[in-house]
Design a protein around this ligand. Sequence first.
Ligand code: 5AD
Ligand code: SF4
Length: 361
Amino acid sequence: MKTTTEIIEKAAKSHNLEKKEVVALLQCDANETQKLFKAADTVRKNFVGDAVQLRGLIEFSNICRQNCLYCGLRRSNKTIERYRLTPVQIVEFAKNAAELGFKTIVLQSGEDAYFDTPTMTKIIKEIKALNVAITLSIGEKTLAQYQAYKKAGADRYLLRIETTDAALYEKMNPGMTLQNRIECLKNLQLAGFEVGTGSLVGLPGQSIESIACDILFFKQINADMIGIGPFIPNEDTPLWCAPDVETERNLELSLKMMAITRLMLPDINIPATTAMETIDPAGRMLALQSGANVVMPNVTQRQYKKQYALYPGKISISDDDSDTPENCRNSVIAKIKSIDRVVSTDFGFRGNNSPEFPHKN
Ligand code: 5AD
Ligand code: SF4
């Protein structure tokens, strides 16, 4: 068996590891973890540069037909107040975001049937006219729906696999199957999207081996984006009192998983996720220095942000007027500059981050 240092060197050079090597990295000690983060930071710099991609996130509906055990938006949660922005409001938020300088708009929601294909495609077309890239994160749909969104002008799609452990997946996501989730990701690729996926880290019952399998899965499907977030228990869900959940450990493991993913898929887009910053105020900047190159500031108005409660303590939710999309953007830009990085001015597609647009068909 190679030493950890040898495994890191192998990954940085060949971008290929065996499962047992990934497991060894996930289990490495604090000293070796610093080496892993440094190697991921170097690979990030060499393959995608110092520019950080900013994506403006609009959370347009917290209504969801699914019942994922970990998530505050699950349909059985009667505690949260539900909201749904109108198509006019969504386009208005997108316009504001584009005016602030965002080159990508991310439209995220629960699986809300109100937004049928004609409604969604109309929204996409109107936002596309603002000369921005569009990312969707709206859940499991049919191939025909994915194709319709693509034709209307959407460029990218986020659908986390959450975990590749089929038994755990099906326990955590009642009524859903891992097989269908994988089918959806394949259909998204077929429809021509840049496809983002990713995992939740620290779910009760999730093993290190299964996290290693998640990373190999990302490599196998050649994902274009990977978002990794630590699991944070939500008191409105059945996992609130799950035993042995340590959010600090989940953050550390998420950062390691993210760094290994950068070594394995050197040219992809990797966000520093909100859940990371929720656990540690420095979480997102740590992530940007350990392999990440994307941040997704929220451009939804304050009253809605609060209600989009996937997990408690989501950052940048305050009770005063300072919490505007513009202030969120400026505070993220200041933090990016403080770690000697720059803000990207292009559309941030995988592979070339070309200023030509649209560059991908
Ligand atoms: N902790 C952390 N992340 C969560 N998500 C949902 N619930 C939680 C939670 N309790 C993540 C899921 C989903 C994304 C939109 O939010 O991974 O894909
Ligand atoms: Fe719905 Fe997504 Fe939450 Fe599951 S994780 S309940 S699909 S919003």
